[in-house]
Ligand binder design. Structure first.
Ligand code: A5A
Ligand code: ZN
Length: 479
């Protein structure tokens, strides 16, 4: 029997906030709005998630670097669309001590304008290309929409931004595809389901030719953008004069891409797998993979403790992250509650009957399903249970998401289902900005864009103007 998901779905905002605090992921009570403190347990989870991301990037031709936090206004201002979008979102440094600065510095809101002046120095010839670098840093955005822990921070603490430069438009296009496939593998490895959509013109990244976004659906039916891939074309290279010498001796501006993922990735794990008992963490990223809990029984203390120590030794020797909860002032029941809230994937109980049979009891966090196994086989049992649970979590999350995608043929139906928090509406759309904007207005929701993960064999009529079209568009309430 899976744990209920009433509070998870009906009081999602409150559920999310209280789980982050009580499971000790992030304390969001810092005296600056939009800033939070990673707690030790949350920090370990973050580290494990970043390890996956780093390994994926490192093994696909990216190199990790680190740029300064400060960007002079003169650099930020070089790409006109970029600065128009970001200047009001920047925190500005105006003084050094009490001396006013001649040129203000922005705390980076993202790093295109920090990176391009350096690319101009580094890239001379076609032999210097391609460049593919990334950094995992904090960025600052003076967000005006409601801030939320992990979801909308003003200090984004965990901003993984990759930046690439190429000789040709085709190579940049290829890189966009590669980035999308890296992000797919990343979200697949944490079992988080996603929709991939090409953002409409009016919602692309400032300075991009086009933007592709990964969105997930939250329990309240609203979508959360959990990653983006942008083709920047030559917009920044022209603004920053980043050129290379071509094979035949000419000069050409480089073509660029960039793509980003933030702590929303950690939010996505909390959201996709959680339930009314709290967190449910995928085994691979869980700070503690197995908790061992003795079930005390008068007169059997010694054999139970001996078995418990044996279990812990075996699991540790197998490289499993295991915690023994031998606190004497807590009942087993309150320990179950404590570790369920923190999402520990597997619990091993050792009670008097287990000991008599030379067995232990293994409990999965997602279904709370119990099964026994021989103490000697505990490692195999844990590994097998973990594997099954990882697959089941991903399956459950994908099934839940698919149930919240609805094909509709009218704006009224789209409006109704979005209002009722049923998720994403997919409608036929002619592709024009006028019709797109009208959809947003009449449905009172956001156009996420055209699906990139679904090919459409059918044809239909634009819900606004009635023109025949093969495009679908996704519409939803968005965070
Ligand atoms: N330079 C590119 C990569 C860029 O800045 N893209 S972006 O603006 O779309 O941000 C990348 C990702 O960061 C977004 O897809 C979103 O998942 C996340 N993000 C953006 N603003 C955030 C905020 N205030 N708090 C947490 N995550 C945020
Ligand atoms: Zn139309």
């Amino acid at each position: 029997m899976p744990v209920s998901r009433d509070r998870w779905s009906k009081e999602f905002g409150e559920w999310f906030r209280s789980v982050l605090l009580n499971a000790e992921i992030m304390d969001y009570r810092y005296p600056i709005k939009g800033c939070g403190v990673w707690l030790p347990y949350g920090f370990k989870l973050r580290k494990n998630v970043l390890k996956i991301l780093r390994e994926l990037l490192d093994s696909t031709g990216h190199e990790e670097v680190q740029f300064p936090l400060l960007i002079p206004e003169t650099s930020l201002a070089k790409e006109s669309r970029h600065v128009r979008s970001f200047e009001d979102e920047c925190f500005w440094v105006t003084h050094g001590g009490s001396t006013p600065l001649k040129v203000r510095y922005a705390l980076r809101p993202t790093s295109e304008t920090a990176i391009n002046p350096m690319l101009k120095l580094w890239i001379r010839s076609h032999r210097d290309l391609p460049v593919a670098i990334y950094q995992i840093v904090n960025v600052f955005r003076y967000e005006t929409k409601a801030t939320r822990p992990l979801i909308r921070m003003r200090e984004v603490t965990t901003f993984k931004e990759a930046h690439t430069a190429h000789a040709t438009a085709e190579e940049a296009e290829k890189q966009v595809e590669k980035a999308v496939s890296v992000y797919k593998r990343f979200f697949d490895s944490i079992g988080v389901p996603y929709l991939i959509s090409k953002r409409p013109e009016w919602d692309k990244f400032a300075g991009a030719e086009y933007s592709i976004a990964f969105d997930m659906i939250c329990p309240d039916g609203r979508v959360l953008q959990i990653g983006t891939v942008h083709n920047l074309g030559q917009n920044f290279s022209k603004a920053f004069d980043v050129t290379y010498e071509t094979v035949d001796g000419g000069r050409e501006y480089v073509y660029q891409t960039c793509y980003g993922i933030s702590e929303r990735a950690i939010a996505s794990i909390v959201i996709a797998h959680g339930d009314d008992n709290g967190l449910v963490l995928p085994y691979d990223v869980a700070p503690i993979q197995v908790v061992v809990i003795p079930i005390p029984y008068k007169g059997k203390e010694e054999p139970i403790n001996e078995a418990v120590r044996d279990v812990v030794r075996k699991l540790e020797a197998a490289g499993i992250r295991v915690e023994l909860d031998d606190r004497e002032d807590l009942t087993p029941g309150s320990k179950f509650y404590y570790w369920e809230l923190r999402g520990v994937p597997i619990r091993v109980e050792v009670g008097p009957r287990d000991v008599e049979r030379g067995e232990v009891t293994v409990v999965r966090r997602d279904t709370l399903e119990r099964s026994g196994c021989k103490l000697d086989a505990v490692v195999e049992k844990v590994v097998e249970t973990a594997k099954q649970m990882t697959a089941d979590l991903s399956k459950r999350a994908w099934e839940w998401m698919r149930k919240h995608i609805h094909y509709v043929d009218s704006l009224e139906k789209a409006e109704k289902l979005i209002k009722e928090r049923e998720g994403v509406a997919q409608l036929f759309w002619c592709g024009s900005e006028d019709c797109g904007r009208e959809i947003e207005e009449r449905v009172d929701a956001r156009v996420l864009g055209v699906p990139m993960d679904e090919s459409l064999e059918r044809e239909g009529s634009c819900v606004v103007c009635g023109r025949r079209t093969r495009y679908l568009v996704r519409v939803a309430a968005a965070y």
